[in-house]
Every structure is written in structure tokens, then in C-alpha cells.
Design a protein around this ligand. Structure first.
Ligand code: ZN
Length: 199
């Protein structure tokens, strides 16, 4: 479990990252153009076909930079994984202060961590959530949805249907998997929604 301080440090790095790549955000609906950013950072992209628990990996070896994602996942999940791998790059690669020219080999693979996610994996997940669904924008969209008359009516009829609808809306708006939208609500303490989402 990451401490509040660790989370804050990751979020600050994610915000700086977003500031740097501000032009790679496709206006409305809010969507980060992760592929263009990877290209800018000179990452090659690849896919692989493996059992579903392996989501992706990051490989840095001399001049080669590659991010690969599992083709068995849906588009939004593959996007989120790219953000996760770039999170490893931004958080650990810079921390270790490795020299690209001399670095022998650096790769991350979710398999290495077993069933409980290690600190690096949690950190990379959180970085990805911060760049795809920034705090302020995410909270604004939650309010926008909750203030809509139709949605208010839905809330009074069925809190379960309301929760599912808002999670769908957030996932579609930020182009993230539903599971990540639910987790983001929890991270940002938008309390009433996740517990009631059924899917
Ligand atoms: Zn990872």
C-alpha cells in the first residue's frame, strides 16, 4: 500500500508529464493521445499474445526502447497498460538515473510480482490513472454527470443503475477500462459510486 506522501509525489510527476505533453490531449472528450507521446519519446510499440494476467512490458536496452501490450485485452485496457509502462519509465528509470547508452537491460513485467502487486506496480498503475484521468478533470466529469436531470432521476430510481451509468460515462470519457474508472473513484474518495457498480 502506497503512503499518502508517495501518492502525492507520483501525482506531481504525472502532472508535470501532462504539462509537458499538453498538446497530445485530444480536446473533447478528454483523451490523452498516448501513442503520439510514445512516438515522441522514441518508444517502439509491439503486441504479444499470452495468458491474460500478463498485461504488458517495458524494455530498454541500449538504444532500443519498446513498450508491448497483450493483444487479448480491450483497447482501453491496452491504453491504460501503455500509461502503466510509461509510469515505470518516468518513475523508476529517472530515479535510478540510468544512462540510456550504458544501461544493460531494464524490463518490467507484471508477472514478476506475483498476486500482490509490489510498490513499483502500484506506483505505475497510479501514474497511469493520474495521466489518463487527472484529479480535477475527473471530479468535474463526476459532477457534470450527477447534476444532469436525467441522471438525478435515475439516482432516485436505482442507485445501482446510476452507479453503472456513471462508471460507463467516466470510462468512455477518459477512454479507460471500467475497473480503472471504479478504482479512480475510490482513489479520489468519490465514495457513493463504486460500491454500487455491478459490472
Ligand atoms: Zn508493471
Amino acid at each position: 500500500m502506497l503512503s499518502e506522501k508517495e501518492l502525492l509525489q507520483i501525482e506531481i510527476k504525472a502532472d508535470l508529464f501532462l504539462k509537458k505533453y499538453a498538446k497530445y490531449i485530444k480536446g473533447k472528450p478528454y483523451a490523452l493521445d498516448i501513442d503520439a507521446i510514445l512516438k515522441k519519446l522514441k518508444f517502439e510499440q509491439a503486441t504479444f499474445d499470452k495468458p491474460e494476467h500478463v498485461r504488458g512490458y517495458l524494455l530498454i536496452n541500449n538504444d532500443k526502447r519498446q513498450i508491448a501490450v497483450n493483444s487479448n485485452f480491450q483497447e482501453n485496457a491496452r491504453r491504460f497498460t501503455k500509461g502503466h509502462e510509461i509510469g515505470h519509465y518516468m518513475l523508476e528509470f529517472t530515479k535510478l538515473n540510468l544512462d540510456l547508452k550504458r544501461s544493460p537491460f531494464l524490463s518490467y513485467n507484471t508477472e514478476n510480482c506475483g498476486s500482490t502487486k509490489c510498490v513499483e506496480e502500484q506506483s505505475a498503475d497510479f501514474f497511469s490513472a493520474c495521466i489518463f484521468a487527472p484529479r480535477r478533470k475527473f471530479a468535474d466529469k463526476v459532477l457534470e454527470f450527477a447534476r444532469n436531470d436525467e441522471n438525478r432521476k435515475l439516482f432516485s430510481q436505482s442507485i445501482t443503475k446510476f452507479a453503472d451509468a456513471i462508471i460507463d460515462f467516466l470510462a468512455d470519457t477518459f477512454l479507460i477500462p471500467r475497473s480503472s474508472a471504479i478504482k479512480r473513484c475510490e482513489e479520489l474518495k468519490i465514495a457513493v459510486i463504486p460500491q454500487y457498480a455491478t459490472r
